[in-house]
Design a protein around this ligand. Structure first.
Ligand SMILES: *Cc1c(COP(=O)(O)O)cnc(C)c1O
Length: 387
């Protein structure tokens, strides 16, 4: 491979060198089952508990409120199934949005088939939830409100503290999928008064296949995976000790670097945005506009009269990895439901590209994109008008 620039950090991140070092040192020696009572087991358990402490510090909660899962998808499913279980017994409904991650959107479809009532609040063109519409959907029968902290496609940040207060005013529980926000902004279970939160290790430079569920002390809990007594019966299955340990190291790094990291990401994002707007005609920047409402490293752009997939493939040939809006449905050429939910024209949605910057990107990467992208768009537009 020649020069390769990875600008798909919202899909997944490279593990931090500190995480790789920690897990490669632990892997050969810590192989006991963390549930075993002997020395090997206790050593494994020690790493799991160290990680739990780090995560609790990052999320501003108690270690006992943290359960390790396989990722945010599993955590999101667990939270919604807890709500289903309550609704099955006592009635009620769930309120969420139209722009959640597929692990919630598809769970909503499944729950509706099971007879559960779920309402989805719309968003504005800037990707932010329509608070007036959300309020209209509230009522005393709402069991759970679930709104993501930061959107994986547009980068729009939602006012979670405010939404949480609204949910509680109606006696509902509040969940947020904070997967994209971790390490990029302050996330506080306490300050936001959350009941549940989801996140995933590989989105903040930790290992893949390991995630977190925060459930506030005293809130209902039902396991999705039944079996052994791991996690106090909340999530059965032998501990993925090394991955959990790695997630803990990543959590510690994330907490240390939030201010500096978000500042750096925003500077690169703005340079990229300005560079594209100055050098490519007929483009639209999708989603958030103001610094405080944006995930700092995310830039979603629509190019008129070009297919996002064609841009992605041409950029890949030039050594630049990005994604189209429909990243989670690779293989299908469906435009992004998130962009359509924001009211974007379907043609423009087809021409969208998401650039997501991360810890290992530099200004030179951004300048290279600004150099390579304009001729690619020109060429694709020539081809499409000729066709
Ligand atoms: C990536 C992501 C998920 C899913 O995480 P997994 O690790 O694939 O389970 C959920 N929500 C958001 C917002 C994400 O970006």
């Amino acid at each position: 491979m020649g020069r390769m620039i990875y600008l798909d950090n919202n899909a997944t991140t490279q593990m931090a060198p500190e995480v790789i070092k920690a897990i490669s040192e632990a892997e050969p020696v810590v192989y006991g089952n963390a549930s075993s009572m002997h020395t090997f087991g206790r050593e494994a358990q020690r790493l799991v508990e160290e990680a739990r402490g780090n995560v609790a510090e990052l999320l501003d909660c108690q270690p006992s409120e943290i359960t390790f899962t396989s990722g945010a998808s599993e955590t999101n499913n667990t939270v919604f199934m807890i709500a289903k279980s309550i609704i099955d017994r006592k009635g009620g409904r769930i309120v969420t949005t139209t722009i959640e991650h597929p692990s919630i959107i598809e769970t909503v479809k499944y729950l509706r088939k099971q007879g559960i009532h779920v309402d989805q609040a719309p968003v504005s063109a800037d990707g932010r939830v329509r608070m007036d519409e959300l309020e209209k959907l509230m009522g005393p029968d709402v069991v759970l409100v679930s709104v993501m902290t930061g959107n994986n496609e547009t980068g729009a940040i939602q006012p979670i503290k405010e939404i949480s207060a609204l949910a509680h005013r109606f006696g509902a529980m509040m969940h947020t999928d904070a997967t994209q926000a971790i390490g990029k902004m302050q996330v506080s279970c306490k300050d936001w008064d959350l009941d549940y939160l989801s996140c995933s290790g590989h989105k903040f430079y930790g290992p893949k296949g390991v995630g977190v569920m925060y459930a506030r002390k005293g809130r209902p809990f039902e396991p999705l995976v039944h079996g052994g007594e791991q996690e106090h019966g909340r999530r059965a299955g032998t501990y993925n000790t090394i991955a959990i340990y790695g997630l803990g190291v990543a959590a510690k790094l994330a907490k240390e670097n939030i201010a500096e990291e978000s500042h750096r990401l925003w500077a690169m994002r703005e340079r990229l945005r300005e560079g594209i707007l100055a050098n490519v005609p007929n483009v639209v920047v999708n989603g958030c506009k103001e610094r405080e409402n944006c995930l700092p490293g995310t830039l979603d752009v629509s190019f008129e009269n070009v297919e996002g997939e064609s841009i992605l493939l041409m950029l890949d040939m030039a050594g630049i990895a990005v994604s189209t809006g429909s990243a989670c449905a690779t293989g299908s050429l469906e435009p992004s439901y998130v962009l359509l939910a924001g009211g974007l024209d379907i043609e423009l949605a087809h021409g969208s590209i998401r650039f997501s910057l991360g810890r290992f990107n530099t200004m030179e990467d951004v300048d290279y994109v600004i150099e390579v992208l304009p001729p690619i768009i020109r060429r694709l537009r020539q081809l499409s008008t000729r066709g």
